[in-house]
Design a protein. Structure first.
Length: 242
């Protein structure tokens, strides 16, 4: 079965079921992770609070700090949560401690799963293909949206629909929960003018208002990176596919 879950806490139950979990936070945690790894970062270490991130940096000065609150880089952090910033930076071999408003908190609910992946528009095809290889053995997939105060973000819901559509196409699986069906319909409606649709959403509009229009446009690009981030021992790195 393929489920789309609009409450991050659903990751706890999905983990207990033994599902493969996919976290989506298009603007911008997921997109930043994918871009950072593609740029050469060794790993990201997600933490829920800024205090914990700063404490980890104090203990290991080789760790870089990245993240945001209300979309803006915290004081004394090396990076914000901008994929364009990561793309322009020298991250080769770096370990980055990251804390964001929604993405890293969602990870907390999901990190006990046996397989936890991170998806965005930037790597949707690569991840869908990888998932399709697992489905003959592991039938259940839960796509967890990084919502905020029980409010889902338009771009995450549409991206979930893209993944659902891809996985169905690659596997012929048709068993979906209602939110997966709705997400698939949302993707079908939005795909021909994706940027216009997503920029109408509250989250994209807010990021534009604080100066991150280029990030929004970049995060909507489809399938520009052929990599799959996964989490093991609370570290995010890319799967080595041989």
């Amino acid at each position: 079965m393929i489920r789309v879950e609009t409450d991050p806490q659903a990751g706890l139950q999905a983990s207990l079921r033994g599902d493969i979990l996919i976290v989506i936070d298009v603007l911008r945690f997921s997109s930043s992770i994918v871009t950072g790894l593609a740029t050469g970062a060794k790993q990201f270490i997600p933490v829920a609070t800024l205090k914990k991130a700063r404490n980890m940096h104090k203990k290991n000065r080789n760790y870089l700090l990245a993240g945001e609150r209300k979309g803006l880089k915290p004081k004394d952090f090396h990076f914000g949560n901008s994929p364009i910033e990561y793309k322009k930076s020298n991250l080769k071999g770096k370990s980055i401690v990251i804390s964001t408003t929604n993405g890293t908190k969602t990870i907390e609910y999901c990190k006990k799963s046996k397989l936890l992946l991170i998806a965005s528009f930037l790597n949707a095809h690569a991840l869908s293909t990888y998932i399709a290889d697992y489905l003959p053995r592991e039938d259940n997939v839960s796509i967890i949206l990084a919502s905020n105060s029980h409010t889902i973000f338009l771009e995450d819901f549409i991206c979930a629909g893209l993944l659902v559509s891809n996985i169905i196409h690659l596997t012929s699986k048709q068993d979906l929960n209602d939110d997966a069906i709705l997400a698939k319909l949302a993707w079908s409606s939005a795909k021909d003018d994706l940027e216009k649709t997503i920029r109408q959403g509250h989250h994209a509009s807010y990021l534009e208002s604080i100066g991150f229009i280029e990030d929004v446009k970049f995060c909507i690009n489809r399938d520009i990176y052929d990599l799959i981030p996964f989490i093991q021992d609370n570290k995010i790195s890319k799967i080595n596919r041989g």
